[in-house]
Design a protein around this ligand. Sequence first.
Ligand code: PEP
Ligand code: MG
Length: 585
Amino acid sequence: MNHPAASVSGSLNTMLCLRGQAVVRGYAIGRAVVMGAAALEVVHYRIQPEDVEAECQRLKEALLQAQGELQYMIDHLPDDAPREMGPLLTVHCMLMADRMLSDQACLLIAERLYNAEWALTTQGQTLAEQFAGMEDEYLRERGADIRQVIERVLRVLSGRPVVLPDFESAQAGELIVVARDISPADMLRLRGAHFGAFLTDLGGPTSHTAIVARSMNVPAVVGMGNIRSLVRDGDLLIVDGMTGAVLVNPPAFVLEQYRRRQEAYADDRAALALLRDAEAVTLDGVRIMLEANIELPEEAVQALAAGADGIGLFRSEFLFMGRESLPDEEEQYEAYATVVRTMQGRPVTIRTLDIGSDKTLDGDTTVATNPALGLRAIRYCLANPDLFRTQLRALLRASAHGRVRILVPMISHMHEVHAVKRALDHARKELDERGQPYAEHVEIGAMVEIPAIAIAIEPFVEQLDFLSIGTNDLIQYTLAIDRADNAVADLYDPMHPAVLRLISHTINAADRAGKSVAVCGEMAGDSQVTRMLLGLGLKEFSMHPQQLLDIKKEVRQSHTNALRVKVASALNRAERIDLSALAAG
Ligand code: PEP
Ligand code: MG
């Protein structure tokens, strides 16, 4: 094989540097184990017309056997298997049982006289292309499930055992799995071994490799294009899970540099883990609330494990997306109550449906001229009162189990606040009629993510129990920068004085009224701006659970009084704040 890294003798000139998308952070140094891909080595030939029936039978039996193997894995999942594994394997089982696969492949055998492998890969390709054409990123990536299912059936058809990495031959150091893609079933088989990292040709941030690697906390770089053809078994690899770089057969001095980085990173993580039960208190004694953002009820466990003071943002729309029918009141109630119970008395802030713009319901074909400025979030809910009240009833019922706070997105007008309160009263009456319990007082808050409400915040503070600043949208609307448009990404500036003034104004107004105010946009989880937010007077941060300990570390090394003075003077001069000047505060 022509192999660019084969002649590497440890010089910088010959070192191969590949790049992909880093989806799980961390560093790994180790030997490559390259996994085979049955689909690439498939045999194509035409059968005789009299053999059609037998060939179809061969295919159906292989499908049944592969299904049986998966079912066995589902039934015997080890206790320590990542929790995503069961559902992922079940999806593969369902795809194998789907008649779209077997019937169409048999048709190809009958009509074109393809052998079973050829028919299977052709039909698999058709289905994968249908997925690839879908708008939703999650569904697009499900094309990978089809490919993995086909691979498994091909292995059965070939009569060859599953090609697993040869762990024994891997030399000293950690094993780095290099694969075209890694199916959940592969992940399960690989589980017992000790891995340094996962590298795949295919995949994106929501691919299975990413999901499972994240839950195993193993660095992963995906979407590498053709790494399988560039790396051989036993090659020495450095994986930089911060930047997505993969160095093949690096020279000694590069290796040494990365070993030092790896050690420093491991020391950092170990030191951070010790902060799990430490209080988030600044050097001058201010207690800061650090809460978690979640998208699915199961993630509350992760929030609790990270030591979160509560859930600062549960993006409820994820319960509604990627499905044909909407969740009914019962399903929503179960989801909200699960989070409330998991958090054991800590506050749980649940945002009402924030649908529209980049988050759409399946089957919604509305074409708005500018969806980010259209019928989004609370506007959508008020236009669909039955759907909104169903959610409010579910939220109120969940409040019987703990401290639920209802957060309303995209508020810009006072009449919207009044309409939400009326809808809540209506929902309470409906529950009274049914005799169903709910908490006497449930706090109602608004997302501050449209400049209008931040500028004229005072009357809103009076009407509401709390505020949560959604900096992701606040920045987009203040600077007129589409947050999803790469062409203007360099103008999306969280440090713009106008943005900081809006945040400052909101925090001060809430403070004066004695109401709580959080930041739940990405800024809250960025340790580089923690001091700046503390300097603006922020005492409540909500972020992805994985970022919580980094922020806690910053908080514990900061002095809010000193920061407030520095930030206030910069804001008064409308300067762009120099973050390095805050480092000592
Ligand atoms: C925000 O806008 O900052 C926010 C937290 O909400 P989302 O990212 O879901 O729009
Ligand atoms: Mg938002």
